[in-house]
Ligand binder design. Structure first.
Ligand code: GLA
Length: 467
């Protein structure tokens, strides 16, 4: 019978002190806040780097969150504070086009959420009055730059507060879609997994999320298992270099899809609606799955591709390639990687991971968690070898977790550092944690870098008074 996952887990994590934060708000702003909202982080159980190809993923919201107290202002200024180190006070005005702070500034995540909802609301009928700003203070218990979506939680939370203050209404699915778009403001061409997990989270349930159209399906998880999150201690902050590494993968996937589209059209002499790899579904394309697989299995050659070769194949000029595939948000163009576009490896990862998600959902439904662990391990191998988003420390940590007795472990989130996630039997939780503490963290006890998490509910308001 489905029950709450990890309910009895030994929680070592930080919790958020709402009352303390309210006092800080009052002391700093000299007034009382009436709005309190929270947005959780997420851990992705499986389905990594495939959301932007519109393939299904399986994350869960966790009991780490960003929370904020806020009060509306009469003008259109947003003044924001945080009680977290490294998050200095920021201020900006709501406008149709809000200019970003410098790359990497935390304030950009607040701006991202607000900007998206300003655009959305401004285009709605009946929006006559000016937008109101707010005074807001944030706090959080999600380790940052660790692959647990602290930044998406900040975007979502800020947009929720803005909407509440300005009476902007949407349904949840529309809002999740808008929030995925919102993140382009900070320069990532990500998919919609994080925002969906943050908004749709349900206690005790993993979420199977599908895209185009966005839907979610909570999958209850059997009792007796724990999800352990372990930080590799390699930070993966969203610097220009990180964004380029991440966006390179999204570009490679879109290039692979464009080539397959062209290949199919040439082979079958008709149009194929393929824009992303997730469009490669036999039924959708009027082919059997067997025919489709036969076609693509031998499609890509092993060597990396040059932009010129891809352009020639799909019949585009270099200029068109730049506009369609390589344009960054700031108007500059993504440079061709020195080692070429690795289309075959990226393609194989996406197709394999997609299949693993479907098998994992089945394993979860049947309570076959040993199997689930096997898919997690296979996912990590693929991310390391084919997608090349792991690093030596993450590989070592995943090995430690497996050697310590986890059923499976893998990097979670974008990679290049950040956290690993592991599945363990409840009775093995302490042993695994202790051994990993010894093996990876040199015996140090650091509750913020190694913790067992509780699968939690999605974002929401805890208090809604606007006066
Ligand atoms: C980041 C992005 C997500 C997803 C993951 C990798 O978290 O925001 O959309 O692509 O990386 O799975």
């Amino acid at each position: 019978m489905p029950v709450r996952w990890n309910r009895k887990s030994t929680r070592t994590g930080k919790t958020v002190n709402y009352a303390g934060l309210k006092r800080t708000f009052t002391a700093r702003f000299g007034k009382l806040p009436g709005l309190l909202a929270r947005a959780p982080g997420r851990v992705n159980l499986i389905g990594e780097h495939i959301d932007y190809s519109n393939c299904p993923v399986l994350p869960a919201a966790i009991d780490r969150e960003i929370a904020a107290w806020a009060v509306p202002r009469e003008d259109r200024t947003i003044r924001m504070l945080s009680d977290m180190p490294g998050f200095p006070a920021r201020e900006f005005d709501i406008a149709p086009d809000i200019p970003p702070f410098e790359t990497g500034d935390w304030g950009n995540y607040v701006k991202a959420g607000v900007q998206e909802m300003v655009r959305y609301a401004a285009g709605r009928p009946g929006r006559g009055r000016a937008f109101q700003g707010m005074d807001v203070i944030y706090t959080g218990s999600i380790p940052s730059a660790a692959g647990l979506s602290s930044s998406s939680a900040l975007v979502v939370l800020s947009a929720m507060l803005f909407c509440e203050i300005n009476d902007v209404k949407t349904d949840l699915l529309t809002f999740a879609g808008l929030m995925a778009e919102a993140e382009r403001y900070v320069g990532t061409r990500g998919g919609g997994m994080d925002q969906a997990a943050i908004l749709f989270g349900k206690e005790g349930h993993a979420l199977k999320i599908d895209f185009a159209p966005l839907t979610f399906d909570p999958v209850p998880v059997p009792e007796g298992y724990r999800i352990i999150v372990a930080d590799s201690l390699v930070k993966a902050p969203k610097t220009r270099d990180f964004l380029d590494q991440y966006n390179r993968r999204t570009i490679e996937c879109r290039l692979a899809a464009a080539m397959l589209k062209k290949g199919l059209e040439t082979a079958y002499n008709r149009d194929f609606p393929v824009a992303v790899l997730g469009d490669l579904k036999g039924e959708k394309l009027g082919l059997t799955d067997g025919e489709l697989k036969d076609f693509y299995e031998l499609f890509f050659h092993d060597n990396p591709y040059t932009s010129g070769e891809i352009a020639a194949y799909i019949g585009r000029t270099q200029r068109e390639m730049e506009e369609k595939f390589y344009r960054r948000r700031d108007g500059t163009y993504f440079p061709e990687p020195e080692d070429g576009f690795r289309l075959k490896e990226r393609f194989l990862h996406v197709m394999g991971e997609w299949e693993r998600v479907l098998f994992s959902v089945e394993a979860l439904t049947r309570g076959n968690m040993d199997r689930f662990g096997v898919y997690m391990n296979a996912s990590h191998r693929s991310l390391k070898e084919l997608y090349q988003v792991s690093c030596a420390e993450l590989d070592e940590l995943v090995d430690c977790l497996c050697n310590a007795g986890a059923l499976g472990a893998r990097l979670t989130g974008a990679g290049f550092g950040g956290c690993a996630v592991a599945l363990v039997r409840a009775e093995d939780e302490d042993t695994v944690m202790n051994r990993v503490r010894e093996l990876y963290y040199g015996g140090r006890d650091a509750p913020d870098v190694l913790f067992s998490c509780v699968v939690s509910r999605g974002a929401g308001f805890l208090q809604k008074r606007k006066d």
